[in-house]
Ligand binder design. Structure first.
Ligand SMILES: C[S@@+](CC[C@H](N)C(=O)[O-])C[C@H]1O[C@@H](n2cnc3c(N)ncnc32)[C@H](O)[C@@H]1O
Length: 271
């Protein structure tokens, strides 16, 4: 496995995120967006854990590093499934000395009907932060519901964003679709990035997947450091996606030292 002693900004590491996180100085990161494997749900990567306690012990290991690297103004977002989101909070996230801010519900509205349960049409996102973090409310305002147009109390810029986020899932025919088994819409990460960081901030993405968090980072001029263990996802999904989005990167290092670093250029260098 690659030795990641000093991770560089705007690099995607084909590496275990724990190794990448350990290479980062404490209190150096503005935002972490984590979309870890869920426990036994969908992709192959979900099925490497034999027991719930093994899964939670692994989560504790990488979350400890996220907590260590976060600035006093920093924020941490972590996805989870309905089966695991409560355990993740009580048995992992609450063990650290940060503030539990919201449980965000991503309501994607579709889902398979079941005989003995309600249709699952949501996933869950924990938002924790250090005490000095504030969200940028104006950057993520949403339209008001119809009606009451003359109500003077309404903010002309829109309603402040609540903790139920409505975006559809990525369907195979969507332009954004990459074939990654658990790809999330870019709009989700875009909202977290706009709310909890500003241009020039450093964002850590421990589980890059198809790059859904990397692309909005690059488009919004944030720096990022990302990790992904699966070579094929980096090579066959993330790189072509950056290319398609016209986000340039230098892959000299990638060729010299296969699967090490990919270096998108800064926003200023964008074509
Ligand atoms: C839920 S997916 C992330 C999907 C991503 N949010 C997206 O929308 O494309 C989790 C990813 O973490 C990767 N992964 C699993 N274990 C890892 C580890 N220890 N370090 C880094 N990446 C890992 C998997 O290969 C998978 O692509």
């Amino acid at each position: 496995m690659l030795n990641v002693k000093q991770p560089e900004k705007n690099c995607i590491y084909r590496a275990d995120c724990i190794e990448v996180l350990r290479g980062l100085p404490e209190r150096s990161v503005d935002l972490v967006i984590a979309d870890p494997p869920y426990y036994r749900m969908k992709g192959d990567f979900d099925f490497v854990f034999q027991t719930v306690s093994e899964y939670l012990a692994w989560c504790t290991e990488w979350v400890r590093e996220c907590y260590r690297i976060l600035k006093p103004t920093g924020a941490f977002y972590c996805w989870g499934s309905s089966q695991m989101i409560d355990k993740l909070s009580v048995e992992v996230l609450d063990k650290f000395d940060w503030i539990k801010r919201n449980l965000i519900v991503w309501n994607y509205r579709t889902g398979r009907p079941a005989k003995a349960a309600y249709r699952n049409e949501a996933e869950f996102l924990w938002f924790y932060s250090n005490p000095l973090h504030e969200i940028n409310i104006d950057a993520i305002r949403v339209p008001y519901d119809e009606g009451g147009e003359k109500d003077k109390r309404k903010n002309p810029k829109g309603k402040s964003c609540g903790n139920v986020w409505e975006f559809s899932r990525i369907m195979p025919n969507y332009r954004e679709s990459t074939g990654h088994p658990t790809q999330k819409p870019e709009k989700l990460a875009e909202r977290m990035i706009l709310a909890s960081s500003k241009a020039g901030d450093l964002i850590v993405i421990p589980f890059a997947g198809s790059g859904s968090e990397i692309v909005p980072c690059a488009k919004l001029d944030r720096y990022f450091i990302a990790a992904e263990t699966n070579e094929s996802y980096v090579k066959n999904i993330i790189l072509p996606r950056l290319e398609k989005e016209r986000i340039p990167f230098s892959n000299n290092d990638y060729r010299k030292q296969p699967l090490a670093t990919l270096r998108p250029l800064s926003g200023a260098d964008r074509r």
